[in-house]
Structures are given as structure tokens and as C-alpha cells.
Design a protein around this ligand. Structure first.
Ligand code: UDP
Length: 237
């Protein structure tokens, strides 16, 4: 199979790493994701990954937790580093060279985020995992995904989710909901379809970075997406 994209940024949500658990990490899910990533890396595709943290901690309403929002957000960012380390370990176990870069300095476990260095790593065939989101509170890892994808000049952002694309309505609530194969940024806005949070979405739109939303939990799907098969929904300008 021939890849359609040369360089991709894969966005994985923290919640998907839980599998059927209600908290933390499911090793089987991490292994499946690692094998899927290896498949496309073996094809010569340059891969970077941004990973979420919602399976461990999410910055929450201050009134509920008593923890100041910004403080809680930093805790959430640390959670993404734990997930990044887990993914790194599994990727290396299945035979992929990796580097973990963190937006918050923690030199004993991760390189600091250095854009040009990240590009060099992916050029050499290493999978770069970006941890700690953007390094700033009040953002999400979707925004980190868009930002890093633009910074390293990825051809596309591949948003792996538990659903297989973008629908006219929530398919879990509305049985008549239909899936879009392709949709434009403007159509998403007009139809109030929340592909990502507004900051992340706007970054992609303004920089004309296509997004593919697809079901990452189906083994082999990532490969199909990278080879241009009609899997998931493509959002473009
Ligand atoms: N976070 C943040 N800045 C960032 C990225 C993440 O403050 O640039 C915090 C925020 O509190 C968020 C948490 O980290 O709730 C976990 O990230 P996210 O919710 O995006 O993870 P996911 O939904 O992908 O599991």
C-alpha cells in the first residue's frame, strides 16, 4: 500500500486509553495503538503523536474541586505525560524508535519541546510523542495537536476517537444521524458540529490543515486512513 501522507500528527484522547476501564490505562488498548502506529511508520510515514490526559485527570470546575483552574490544568498536563510514557514504552516494545518531548520541562524523563528537533526526529523515522499539551493552562490537547501539527508542517491531523466520523447529529442519540465522508470547515461551523474545541478548530481552519476524524479502536483503521481509504470524516477547506 502507498501512503497518501508523508507526515501526520495523530491525536489520541486520554479517555480512549481507558478501554473498558473507568479510569487509567488499558494495556491492550495501548498495545493496539502502538501496533497500528508501527504499521504506518514501517510504511515510511513520519509520525508525531499528541496524547490527552482525561483518563487520569482533567482540569475541572474550581467550585467542584476546590482546586484553582490553572492549577488543575497543570495537573491535567502532567497526566498527559504519564500517558505519553506508557505509549512510548509500548511503542519501543513493539520495535518503534521514539522520543518523548514535553512542553513542561522534566529532563529526567522527556526532552524539552524543541520544534526543529522534533522535525529532525520524525525525519529520521522516530515517532515523536508530544506530552504536556501546549504547556499552558486553559487549553486542551486538541489545541496542542493542531498547534504541533502546524509547527512541524504535518500534512494532516488524524483525530482518533471512539466514533467512526462526524455525523449530522449524535449517532448514539439519533438513529437517523448520517455520517459525512467529507465536510468543509465552514460547513462544520454552519451546522454547529463540534469536531474539536473552537481554539483547536480555528487553528486548523486558519492554517488550512485538514483533519480526519476516525475510529482508532478498530485495528488497521489508521493504516487505511493514511493510505487515503474512505474511513472516518475528512474536514478540509
Ligand atoms: N491541559 C491544559 N493545557 C493543554 C493541554 C491540556 O491545561 O495545552 C489540561 C486540561 O486541564 C485538560 C487536561 O490537561 O483537561 C487533559 O487534557 P484533555 O482534556 O485535552 O485530554 P483528553 O480529552 O484528550 O483526554
Amino acid at each position: 500500500m502507498l501512503p497518501k501522507y508523508k507526515r501526520v500528527l495523530v491525536k489520541l484522547s486520554g479517555e480512549s486509553l481507558m478501554g473498558s476501564n473507568s479510569y487509567g490505562l488499558d494495556p491492550a488498548v495501548i498495545e493496539q495503538y502502538s501496533r497500528d502506529i508501527k504499521e504506518i511508520a514501517d510504511l515510511g510515514v513520519q509520525v508525531a503523536v499528541v496524547i490527552g490526559g482525561g483518563n487520569i485527570y482533567r482540569g475541572m470546575n474550581e467550585a467542584e474541586t476546590g482546586i484553582e483552574r490553572a492549577h488543575g490544568d497543570y495537573m491535567g498536563m502532567l497526566a498527559t505525560v504519564i500517558n505519553g510514557m506508557a505509549l512510548q514504552a509500548m511503542l519501543e516494545k513493539v520495535g518503534v524508535f521514539t522520543r518523548l518531548q514535553s512542553a513542561i520541562k522534566m529532563e529526567q524523563i522527556a526532552e524539552p519541546y524543541i520544534r526543529r528537533r522534533a522535525i529532525r526526529h520524525v525525519e529520521k523515522g522516530r515517532v515523536v510523542i508530544f506530552g504536556a499539551g501546549t504547556g499552558n493552562p486553559y487549553f486542551t490537547t486538541d489545541t496542542a495537536g493542531s498547534l504541533r501539527a502546524i509547527e512541524i508542517q504535518a500534512d494532516v491531523i488524524l483525530k482518533g476517537t471512539r466514533v467512526d466520523g462526524i455525523y449530522t447529529a449524535d449517532p448514539e442519540k439519533d438513529p437517523t444521524a448520517k455520517k459525512y465522508d467529507t465536510i468543509t470547515f465552514n460547513e462544520c461551523i454552519q451546522n454547529d458540529l463540534r469536531v474539536m474545541d473552537m481554539t483547536a478548530f480555528t487553528l486548523c481552519k486558519e492554517n488550512n490543515l485538514p483533519i480526519i476524524v476516525f475510529d482508532m479502536n478498530k485495528p488497521g483503521n489508521l493504516m487505511k486512513v493514511v493510505c487515503g481509504e474512505r474511513v472516518g470524516t475528512l474536514v478540509k477547506g
